[in-house]
Ligand binder design. Sequence first.
Ligand code: DGI
Ligand code: FE
Ligand code: FE
Length: 190
Amino acid sequence: MQRDKALAIVEKQLKKPRYEHTIRVMDTSIKLAKQYGADEKKAELAAIFHDYAKYRPLEEMKRWIIAEQLPKDLLDYHHELWHGPVGALMVKREVGISDPEVLHSISVHTTGCVGMSVLDKVVFLADYIEPGRAFPGVDEVRKVSEKDLDKACWMASRNTINMLVSLNRKVYPDTFHAYNDLLNSTGGNA
Ligand code: DGI
Ligand code: FE
Ligand code: FE
């Protein structure tokens, strides 16, 4: 699908600041894809649609989780985690995107997972470091992203876990799985 057509579809689903975030994630994903050898068109498409479901009513997302082949344990965790997996399925059904690699990157963009592909990492990291983000520690991750994709992704997942724990929030198992797996990839400690 052409970029303009994809952007026009997603623009209708999002509020303006979220659409602008999407453009920045797209630009950052393309840059990272070039740098780390992911397919640039797939990175562009996954980035454009990564937050497609962000503003869908919670009840609607809940219905999809219950009715479709999606992990039921999502319902035990914060609804902020739903828009990735549900969004991937909605993009498949409503937009007709069928590339499993693109859909997977959309699905795991919030939590990460074990065995992330380069494309998954590119979209996950772009969502974290796009120039509009001001998370504590994001500049350090931006710097590392120029040299080491795995380490930058690991730092992003570490920072997110630290943030969640400091707020006494639950952490979805895939978020921990991504952290552990990325730490292994960087040759980190057991
Ligand atoms: O959709 P975006 O705002 O662009 O970003 P996102 O999809 O990465 O994530 C949204 C939020 O999800 C972010 O504030 C951090 C949070 N999050 C990530 N992993 C977990 C989580 N929240 C909970 N409760 N548990 C997690 O494991
Ligand atoms: Fe998101
Ligand atoms: Fe996002």
